[in-house]
Design a protein around this ligand. Structure first.
Ligand code: CA
Length: 357
């Protein structure tokens, strides 16, 4: 071969090996989420993730996001991702506690870590490793997908002055917190989101919890139940991205990396979006409804909640080695994290607020 031809072959080789991504065909995925597409900020991470991935891949990796209004299976996300009908999902891990009680730890537990502490547990302690192991049996990967921060304890029509006031109270409060309240004599019910306002208005229930001002304001509960209790039960509810393991393994590594980056970015973004929405909504609520009374449950009530929470957690741990491993990991990390939170964030807020008085 002549030198010129040799050079041409060499150049072509370099060009073709440098552009394999361009030669690939478009990858199309579907993502199902528990929420309706309009329910921000919960629906924000998957919607923003799809936009990011499309841009980062130059339009080669497309993820179609479908809300509850489309697939009609809000609590079927894990099954649909496991089965491969959807390559991805967005939901909350504690919805799968019926399949495996340990799933609650990857969302939040009553009196558990706050969002900063919990994110450190996920990313810089044992959280991710333990979550991967727990989800392995479903053949799906699970990643943090956005945090609500501390949720409010809920809207009550009457003030809770003692443990006796909880006896027979009808309240919508799901998850482990519902089990805690049931132990304290509360008549716990779960009512679909669309019926909550009417149920509270008509007295079918006496109280309910939702999220925090940013999401609560749209529901209008503050117009009919004046007591707004501070949080204890969902101190850092983490949403969750799910990915079908086989689908993920088939992705080119650069697309896997795009997903990893976009999941982490949109999770952090939801935390900020919800914080901002709550700050603005709370300012508006306070002005427009000055009768709202922010209350913290009396100490004997909180002590009883804490005792019931520990009894429940220890009870599940005694029966389930995986539950115990994750509980021990969270407790051990929380002990260190809380000691740091107390002399850093907490102390800063406390001391700087005292100066304003
Ligand atoms: Ca809630």
């Amino acid at each position: 071969m002549k030198l010129a031809s040799k050079l041409l072959v060499a150049v072509l080789l370099v060009v073709f090996t440098a552009m394999p991504a361009l030669a690939e065909k478009t990858i199309k995925w579907k993502l199902a989420m528990t929420w309706p597409s309009t329910l921000t900020p919960l629906a924000s991470p998957p919607i923003k993730l799809a936009e990011m991935v499309e841009k980062m891949s130059g339009g080669k990796f497309l993820i179609k996001v479908e809300g509850k209004e489309k697939h009609k299976a809000a609590l079927g996300i894990l099954d649909m991702v496991k089965g491969g009908q959807y390559q991805m999902g967005h939901s909350a891990s504690y919805y799968w506690k019926g399949k495996d009680m340990s799933m609650v730890f990857f969302t939040t537990v009553p009196f558990g870590m706050n969002a900063e502490e919990q994110y450190a547990w996920f990313y810089y302690d044992e959280g991710m490793k333990l979550m991967e192991k727990a989800y392995d049996k479903f053949k799906v990967l699970s990643f943090p997908g956005g945090n609500t921060g501390v949720q409010m304890g809920g809207w009550f029509r009457k003030e809770i002055k003692s443990l006796d006031d909880l006896k027979g109270l009808k309240m919508r409060i799901p998850g482990l917190a519902g089990e805690v309240f049931a132990k304290l004599g509360v008549n716990v019910t779960n009512i679909p989101a669309g019926e909550l306002y009417t149920s509270l208005d008509r007295g079918t229930i006496d109280a309910l919890e939702w999220v925090g001002p940013g999401m609560d304001i749209k529901m209008g509960f503050h117009k009919i139940a004046p007591y707004y209790y501070t949080g204890w039960h969902e101190p850092a509810s983490e949403m969750q991205f799910l990915i079908n393991k086989r689908a993920y393994a088939k992705l080119p590594p650069e697309y896997q990396e795009m997903l990893q980056v976009a999941m982490k970015a949109t999770a952090a973004d939801m935390f900020s979006e919800n914080f901002g929405a709550s700050a603005n909504a709370w300012a508006k609520m306070k002005t427009e409804y000055p009768n709202i009374k922010v209350k913290t449950f009396p100490t004997p009530v909180l002590k009883a909640m804490k005792k019931a929470t520990d009894e429940l957690l220890n009870g599940y741990a005694a029966k389930d080695p995986q539950f115990k491993t994750i509980l021990d990991s969270q407790r051990a990390f929380m002990k260190k994290a809380r000691a740091w939170t107390l002399i850093s964030e907490y102390n800063y807020i406390k001391t700087s607020e005292e100066l304003e008085k």
